[in-house]
Structure formats: structure tokens, C-alpha cells
Design a protein around this ligand. Structure first.
Ligand SMILES: [Zn+2]
Length: 208
């Protein structure tokens, strides 16, 4: 008889038999692609490799909010160790927005879910309605960094009556994956242009 509860691994869907609260199998746990270094001006606890890649895809397309809850402590640790010591005043959290039509088709914005779970650890306010995505942008995989940046130019805006919320504030901009950085840098520049003091980019994972 098995006295331990059975869990399904969040990454590989394999069965876990354990007496402790773990949601990754030992194989996936041992392969977590942890990184603690700042990479080109942004921070991520993980490299975008397995098993994190599968977990983020499940969070993005399968509405698996539990994954955000499980990964939020890693984000919080990066914030507390590498970002908080560099700031004189506590930041506000702003998630990278989805276009309205994509939000309707998916039903949720994974970056808002990540931001909310992170905020529950570090007790910072989250503002979901400051940044807006004006244009639906199609990112082609073969676009280089310059083409992606050009494609995104003008895609984001700060809602005018929300400007006072970011004036002179430090902002922690939260997203799921940092690929070329075109999206997060475009959001950061729009926030700064509207009065944000300093924008730090924090994503769950970064493409190496
Ligand atoms: Zn696994």
C-alpha cells in the first residue's frame, strides 16, 4: 500500500511519489536551469531551457496558474538579492500587457499572474492597467533584434489618467520570457518617457 500522496510533475507530467510537498519530479528538479547572474540589464532566475520551458508553456497556454505560484519564490529571491539593494525606494510592479484580443482569446495574461504571485512574496503593489498594448504585433521567429524592435515601436502606451501612478517611481517590469528583449525594452522606454524614474526588467526565464 502506498501511503504517500501522488502528484504529477509540473514539467514532464511524470508521477511523483513523495512525502514532501514537491511539484517537480526529482529528475526535473535536478535539471532546473538556475542562473543568478544579471544578463544584459535584466534579471531572470532561470535560463529558458527544460524543464522551465515546458512549465512556462503550460502557464501560458494551459491556464496553469499553479506554476506561477511555484516559481514565484525564485523570482522573489532574485529581486531581494539583486534588485532591492540597488533601489532607494520600493518599486511598483507592472506586468507586460497582452493585446485585448489576445487577452479575450486566452482569458488571462500570464505576466499578470506571475506579477501577482511575486507580489504576494515581496509585498509590492501591482498595477495591471497602467500599460496598454495598442497593436497586435506578430513576432516572427526569424526577425532579428532590430526588426523586432522596429515591429514593436509604438505598440505600447501608458493610459493617460494612470501617469501619476508611475511618476518618479521605480518600476519592476515583469514578463514570462526574455527573448531578444524587444518587448520589455519597448515597455521600459514608454514607462520612462511617461515619468518612471527607473525600470528594472524581471522575467521568469531568459533565452540564452
Ligand atoms: Zn518531471
Amino acid at each position: 500500500m502506498n501511503w504517500f500522496p501522488n502528484y504529477t510533475c509540473m514539467a514532464c507530467d511524470g508521477e511523483i511519489q513523495t512525502s514532501t510537498n514537491t511539484y517537480l519530479c526529482s529528475n526535473c528538479m535536478s535539471k532546473l536551469p538556475i542562473t543568478t547572474e544579471e544578463q544584459h540589464g535584466h534579471f531572470s532566475p532561470f535560463v529558458y531551457e527544460e524543464p522551465i520551458r515546458s512549465m512556462i508553456l503550460k502557464l501560458k497556454y494551459a491556464s496553469n496558474g499553479f506554476i506561477a505560484k511555484a516559481l514565484a519564490p525564485y523570482l522573489a529571491a532574485v529581486y531581494l538579492r539583486h534588485i532591492q539593494p540597488t533601489l532607494k525606494t520600493a518599486p511598483i510592479i507592472i506586468p507586460v500587457p497582452l493585446h485585448q484580443s489576445r487577452l479575450r482569446e486566452r482569458g488571462y495574461n500570464q505576466s499578470e499572474i506571475i506579477a501577482k504571485e511575486l507580489a504576494s512574496y515581496i509585498q509590492l503593489p501591482v498595477f495591471n492597467n497602467v500599460l496598454t498594448r495598442n497593436r497586435k504585433t506578430i513576432i516572427q521567429k526569424d526577425m532579428d533584434a532590430t526588426a523586432r524592435a522596429k515591429n514593436l515601436h509604438g505598440a505600447f502606451a501608458v493610459i493617460p489618467d494612470q501617469i501619476p501612478k508611475i511618476k518618479n517611481q521605480n518600476v519592476l517590469l515583469v514578463d514570462d520570457v526574455y527573448t531578444t528583449g524587444a518587448t520589455s525594452h519597448e515597455c521600459a522606454s514608454v514607462l520612462r518617457a511617461n515619468g518612471a524614474r527607473n525600470v528594472t526588467i524581471l522575467t521568469l526565464a531568459s533565452v540564452n
